[in-house]
Design a protein around this ligand. Sequence first.
Ligand SMILES: NC(=O)C1=CN([C@@H]2O[C@H](COP(=O)(O)OP(=O)(O)OC[C@H]3O[C@@H](n4cnc5c(N)ncnc54)[C@H](OP(=O)(O)O)[C@@H]3O)[C@@H](O)[C@H]2O)C=CC1
Ligand SMILES: C[C@H]1O[C@H](OP(=O)(O)OP(=O)(O)OC[C@H]2O[C@@H](n3cnc4c(=O)[nH]c(N)nc43)[C@H](O)[C@@H]2O)[C@@H](O)[C@@H](O)C1=O
Length: 314
Amino acid sequence: MEKNAKIYIAGHRGMVGSAIHRKLVKEGFTNIITRTSAELDLRDQQAVTSFFEENKPDYVFLAAAKVGGIVANNTYRGEFLYENLQIQNNVVHSSHATGVKKLMFLGSSCIYPKMAPQPLKEEYLLTGPLEPTNEPYAIAKIAGIKLCDAYRMQYGCNYISVMPTNLYGYNDNYHPQNSHVLPALIRRFHEAKEGNAESVTIWGTGTPRREFLFADDLADACYYLMQEYDEEGLINIGTGEDISIRDLAYLIKDITGYTGKIDFDESKPDGTPRKLMDVSKLASRGWKYKVELAEGIKLAYADFLDKQSATTVQ
Ligand SMILES: NC(=O)C1=CN([C@@H]2O[C@H](COP(=O)(O)OP(=O)(O)OC[C@H]3O[C@@H](n4cnc5c(N)ncnc54)[C@H](OP(=O)(O)O)[C@@H]3O)[C@@H](O)[C@H]2O)C=CC1
Ligand SMILES: C[C@H]1O[C@H](OP(=O)(O)OP(=O)(O)OC[C@H]2O[C@@H](n3cnc4c(=O)[nH]c(N)nc43)[C@H](O)[C@@H]2O)[C@@H](O)[C@@H](O)C1=O
């Protein structure tokens, strides 16, 4: 990508989009286009068509989506399927219609079958039933991968699909019900410490295992792949290491300094037992993550506290 290339980051205020934005600015890119969802609702086909015709970006990072944790996915099933299909259909089609040189589609590790062998290889896609709680979101993401590949085959578009593992970091979503596990527990343990709560409740059994990649590491991988990777299909982005939800909870408990008890609410869903990514395809191209989990959680917690004090001041 040329430093003055016109780059559109869809979802630039989100955790992933803002990390990609930081990375591009750091690398000296000077022509980055962004729009908030209030300025440009990517579900609106006419608005997206007009935006692309007026701006004609050279490169697109598609990091806008309806995103949430296991309970949000299972609650807003219609929104997760409809909104994500709308967003990705509009952005991919308008990118083709206006000659975007290269587009990166952000998928997710949830696209793989619930009981696929571990670690998850890219070729396991569509080899078995999906995890029911996030099937709508997974179907949308799989459709996005297939849309990019279909546009590559029919029109010669260089649109690539990357599959990040669970992410965390700056600008994460800390909503008590709709967030992912790591930010949810940072907030819950912090508030329990501040409120001298006797115990903190973790959802599910604590036995599922998850892999966590710091969002700025993901942005580094996305930057690398946007420069060096031009293949159809999908490529996993992760650390290649996972942790049980129980051990994650004790790690976050220690980092936040909470000293009370932990209990488990088994009425909440566990979801997929394990989602460890096989990262050998990316590793063979020379990319590896940098931020270890404990360090990343400390950075995310500091960001959470900064934002909390900012809002308190307001
Ligand atoms: N978080 C995670 O653990 C993982 C995320 N991913 C993927 O990474 C991508 C980004 O996720 P993440 O950064 O966590 O999500 P966030 O929820 O932090 O950000 C989502 C962004 O999408 C934008 N957006 C949502 N709906 C619309 C709309 N209708 N029109 C325009 N913009 C919209 C929002 O814009 P605004 O702020 O302006 O409203 C927001 O900036 C997604 O594709 C997600 O599937 C993949 C694996 C794991
Ligand atoms: C990225 C990925 O993220 C989602 O899948 P998920 O990884 O299952 O999501 P999660 O982070 O919400 O849960 C992970 C595990 O953690 C347990 N858990 C404990 N306590 C809390 C808790 O307080 N909040 C949440 N959210 N989970 C909790 C929870 O019960 C589950 O066992 C989907 O978006 C999926 O589509 C996707 O792509």
